[in-house]
Design a protein around this ligand. Sequence first.
Ligand SMILES: [Zn+2]
Length: 654
Amino acid sequence: MASRPSSADRVVELAELVRKYKDAYYNGQPLVSDAAYDELEEELRALDPANAILQSVGAPVAVTEWEKARHAIPMGSLNKAVNEAEFRQWAARCDQLGAESSLAPISSDLLVTEKLDGLSLAVNYEKGKLVEAITRGDGHVGERITPNARRMKGVPARLPEPLTVSIRGEIILKLSDMKIGFPGTDAPPRNRAAGTSKRYDGAGCEHLSVKFYDLEGGDTELTTEKQKYERLVELGLDVPPFAVTDLDGALRIHAEYATKKRAELDYEIDGLVVRANDLRAQELLGELGDRPRAAVAYKFPSLAKISRVVAINWETGPTGRVTPIANVEPVEIGGAVVQFVSLHNVSNVERLGIGVGHEVLVSRRNDVIPYLEEVVVKHGPSTTIPTECATCGAALGRRGEYLVCTNRECRAIVEGRLRRWVGTQDILEWGDKLIAQLVEAKLVREPADLYRLKVEDIAGLERRGALIAKKVLDNLKAKLPLSLPVFLASLGMDDFALETAKLLVGNGYDTLEKVQAATAEEIAALKGMGAIKARSVVAGLAARAEEIQRLLDAGVVPVAPSAGGVLSGKSFCFTGALPRPRKEYEALVEEHGGTVLSGVTKDLTYLVMSDPGSASTKAEKARKYGVQCIDAAGFMALIDAPSTAGAPLTDAAG
Ligand SMILES: [Zn+2]
């Protein structure tokens, strides 16, 4: 394990990093995420609170092809509070300063809004016409990216009134837009927005959005922060949600966001901005080093922390794919200790340039799975890419982004496949140990062998007995016959999980023969599949054809769930409040051979809702597509009375 440097060395190192990353950030080309930067700055602050680099703001704008432009009114930055104590401290200081100017307590009249995790932008209008858009830059001088800003959502070329005004907002990349505009990306949206907004060709700017939160100039006399927001809304501009409240209210809102709301947003925020609502109070309290005293960024607890790579292990999985896993010094993130982080595949390892001893930013972003955001500091070389399987020693090949073990006898593959087989079917009493024992004893090497096992085979193994042996074999056979999707998913082929199998079967490939006969082109044409996955599915089925035949020979014959099912070929989407839990309805659909879709599409047959006459967006969309809207009773009637409900279905589907 690499030892940490002494604290004096660390201060020098941190100061250098903070300076470098700060410059890059203010030049619009961040090298690391905000979270990584914040962590480094916090560490430096703890070791050396008086360090000069902590007092300085950003670097001047670097020379690029974008023209430099001076802000008529500087764009300041905000003081930070990282916990409740610091936030209360800020409020108390405001109240104290306010009292010196005979103001009412500032903390009882606060405007709270979201702190958008994007890039600040000033858009200047003359007589209602957009004339220029300037990035924040160092707060005084930024870059004039007017043509790019014009392409962004939420930036009108004209205001509804002939105002001369500077409006300030944040360029963000919504998560839904990221999926559409930059599919497959795993960079944080902020980094993607930063890069895109500065592109000289402007490509991709149409996927960016701007939300506004400030205006300078204009004609109206405004006395509160709230009026500013209302004025922005009046001008047809998009603003983040805002509320006027007191100190306790702000704390409550912060807690709501931190625990729930933040995760539900379609864009990333890293805290709340809290300001004195009274503009006169803002002015009287003034600024300290470009930061207004009457405002604070009240950050959320970090879901990302810096750790250090201790080792990188390459684990061979059931399909032969080798997954690199970083073992990091344990860090607590959001209540859980993270020690192992998947690095997904060899391409990702090469892209990151990661190595043992490197400092890395580890997060638990939108879900609970740890994610390696980036390498923050490289100490030493990148890791060596292995050439041999860690389990069997065979030479590794490369398939797309993955390293693969090509040895079909590899224990990792053999045991992995058996584990996948029993795991997908949720068969009780079948642990990894039992599978390892069976493979070791050469009793089993593929799923078909499981069905030829006899009680005495298992009873003869160490620490097993006849009683257990009988139980595990009963459990195995109790799952037969397997439905076709479960059969296919249990095989554990690349890109062929249960959802994929269900999708195929739901689209008419409802027998094993049909699935095996499907071409990559046919599968790729199905919604939700795509060419890469389709090729993978076809290749997997071909490679496992003999193994599948041996399963059939052993009596494991899959049954099509839709065979005779009254909902065969029909799809359903359930929305809103229904008499029974949604899961129950969905189970009924699958039981009767239908498919469940999560949203309204052209392919949907039925939208099930409490009020089929409703004017909701979903219902309107369904009617536009010719999807039938029915209520829960109507759905139950389809199952109970197939003869009468059968006829109109065909019409609707066609
Ligand atoms: Zn191997």
